[in-house]
Design a binder for this molecule. Structure first.
Ligand code: AMP
Ligand code: GLY
Length: 432
C-alpha cells in the first residue's frame, strides 16, 4: 500500500515511524508543505519527502491520483479546515481526516459550542458575541463572574484563549481578538465562557462516524516553564496514560461525550472519519469538553505511538473506509513520558542552525524513541536545529517514574546550543 502523510512536525514523525513498522505499508510519502526545505530530518529518514501546497485541495488530489496513493493521512488542522479531506473524498480517494463541516469542530469554536448545546454535551457555560460593544457590556455586567475565559472563534495556533482574572484583562483580550484582530478573521466572533476547574486530559478516538475506538489517554504540558508557568507553547511534553482517568472515567467520557458527539454528527448529516480529539477538564461534576480537535495531538501522539503494540495502518485505513469494525488495537502496559527539547527563544523568535549531538546515543537506550520536529541536515550532512520545538524524547518504562527517569537521561545525551526543556514532565506530585 502507498500512503501519503500530510504535515511535517513531531506528530507526523511519530505517525510515520509507526506506519513504517506495518507490513502493509510499502511506500510512505510525506508533505510538510510547499517549502523547498523539508525541515524534518527524522521524517525524511522514514518517509519520502514531497513538496506540495497542502492547503490546496486540488494540488494534493492531483499528486495523489497521479501516484495512485491508497491512503492519505492528514496530520495538522490547517489542511482539514482548508477542505483537503473533503475534496480528496469527492474524487474517490481514501482519506483519514474529516471533511467539512466535521473539521469545523476544531476550526470554529462557535460551531463546536453550538454543536455541544444542540446535542447536550457537557462543556463550560458560554455566550457568543459578534460585536465588540455587546461583548464589553457583558464583561462589565454585575452578573458576570470572574475569572472567565475569552476565546477567539477561529484557528489561532492555540493562542486564541485567554483566562482572565479581571474585567481589565478580559477587555484587553477582547480588544486583541476582535478590534486589533491579531488573529485576523479568527477574531470576528468571540466566546466568553465560564472558567472550569479540575484536571485536564487529552482523549482520542479513531472513528468512522458510527463506531469509535478509544486510544490510550494522555496529559500534555502547554506552558513553557516548570510548574505550568510562562507562555503557552505548542506543547512541552506529555505522558500516557493519564492517572486521572481510570476505566470508569474513560467509560464516562465515552458515554457522556463521545457517543452523543457521534450521534450528533450523524443527526446533523456530518460524516466524520478520522480522529476526534477531546480536550477534557475533569471537574467535580464530571468530564467536560474544553475543546474538540479534528486531528491527533502534538506532542501526545509522540507519547502514544511507542505504546501502541498493534499495527496503526489497518486502524487508519478502516476508519478512512468507513469500516471500523473488529480492528484489533492493543497497547503496551508500560507508561510513556515525552520530553520536548526546544530552541532558545521559543515560543517567540528562536535560534536555529545549531548542530545537534547525541541523538544516536539517546536512541540506542532501551525503550527510547526520538521524534524530530524542527531539524534538518546541513549541506555537509550535520543534523542542525530548524524550529522552535526541535525534538521529542520519548521513553517507555516499567512505571511512570521509570519512564520519566529514562526519558530525562536520554534527553541529557542530546546537546545543542540554547536547548531548553521542562524538568517537571510527569512529576505528578509537583503538578498536583
Ligand atoms: P482550548 O484551545 O480551548 O483547549 O484552550 C487552551 C487551554 O486553555 C486549555 O487547554 C485549558 O488549559 C485552557 N482553557 C480553555 N477553556 C477553559 C475553561 N473554560 N476553563 C479553564 N481553562 C480553560
Ligand atoms: N497538545 C495540544 C494539541 O495538539 O492541540
Amino acid at each position: 500500500m502507498r500512503v501519503l502523510l500530510l504535515g511535517g512536525g513531531g506528530r507526523e514523525h511519530a505517525l510515520a515511524w509507526k506506519l513504517r513498522q506495518s507490513s502493509e505499508v510499502d511506500e510512505l510519502f510525506y508533505s510538510p508543505g510547499a517549502d523547498p526545505d523539508p525541515a524534518n530530518a527524522g521524517l525524511a529518514s522514514v518517509a519520502e519527502w514531497v513538496p506540495l501546497d497542502i492547503l490546496d485541495p486540488g494540488e494534493v488530489a492531483k499528486w495523489s491520483e497521479a501516484r495512485r496513493v491508497d491512503l492519505v493521512v492528514v496530520g495538522p488542522e490547517a489542511p482539514l479546515v482548508a477542505g483537503v479531506a473533503g475534496e480528496l473524498r469527492r474524487r474517490g480517494m481514501t482519506v483519514f481526516g474529516p471533511s467539512m463541516p466535521g473539521a469545523l469542530l476544531e476550526g470554529s469554536k462557535v460551531f463546536a459550542k453550538e454543536f455541544m448545546t444542540r446535542h447536550g454535551i457537557p462543556t463550560a457555560r458560554f455566550e457568543i458575541f459578534r460585536e465588540a460593544e455587546a461583548a464589553r457590556r457583558h464583561l462589565a455586567s454585575r452578573c458576570t463572574e470572574y475569572p472567565l475565559v475569552v476565546k477567539a472563534d477561529g484557528l489561532a495556533s492555540g493562542k486564541g484563549v485567554s483566562i482572565c482574572e479581571t474585567l481589565e484583562e478580559a477587555l484587553e483580550a477582547l480588544d486583541r481578538f476582535m478590534v486589533r484582530r491579531v488573529f485576523g478573521v479568527a477574531g470576528e466572533r468571540v466566546i466568553v465562557e465560564e472558567r472550569l476547574l479540575g484536571r485536564e486530559a487529552s482523549f482520542f478516538v479513531v472513528t468512522d462516524g458510527r463506531r469509535a475506538v478509544p486510544l490510550e489517554t494522555c496529559q500534555d504540558y502547554k506552558r513553557l516553564e516548570d510548574g505550568d508557568r510562562g507562555p503557552n507553547t505548542g506543547g512541552m511534553g506529555g505522558f500516557s496514560p493519564s492517572p486521572f482517568l481510570d476505566a470508569a472515567g474513560r467509560e464516562a467520557v465515552m458515554s457522556r461525550i463521545v457517543e452523543p458527539t457521534l450521534a450528533g454528527l450523524s443527526s446533523d448529516g456530518i460524516s466524520y472519519r478520522g480522529v476526534l480529539y477531546v480536550g477534557l477538564m475533569l471537574t467535580s461534576s464530571g468530564p467536560k469538553v474544553l475543546e474538540f480537535n479534528a486531528r491527533f495531538g502534538d506532542p501526545e501522539t509522540q507519547a502514544l505511538m511507542p505504546r501502541l503494540a498493534s499495527d496503526l495502518f489497518p486502524l487508519l485505513l478502516s476508519s478512512a473506509r468507513g469500516e471500523l469494525d473488529g480492528v484489533p488495537v492493543r497497547w503496551r502496559d508500560e507508561p510513556s513520558v515525552c520530553v520536548v527539547l526546544a530552541s532558545r527563544g521559543y515560543p517567540g523568535a528562536f535560534d536555529s542552525g545549531w548542530p545537534i549531538a547525541g541523538v544516536d546515543r539517546a536512541e540506542t537506550r532501551e525503550g527510547v524513541a526520538v521524534f524530530h520536529a524542527g531539524t534538518r541536515r546541513s549541506a555537509g550532512g550535520t543534523l542542525v536545529t530548524a524550529g522552535g520545538r526541535v525534538l521529542a524524547v520519548v521513553a517507555l518504562g516499567g512505571n511512570l517514574e521509570m519512564a520519566r527517569r529514562i526519558a530525562y537521561e536520554a534527553a541529557a545525551e542530546i546537546r545543542f546550543e540554547g536547548r531548553r526543556h521542562r524538568t517537571d514532565i510527569a512529576e505528578i506530585a509537583r503538578t498536583a
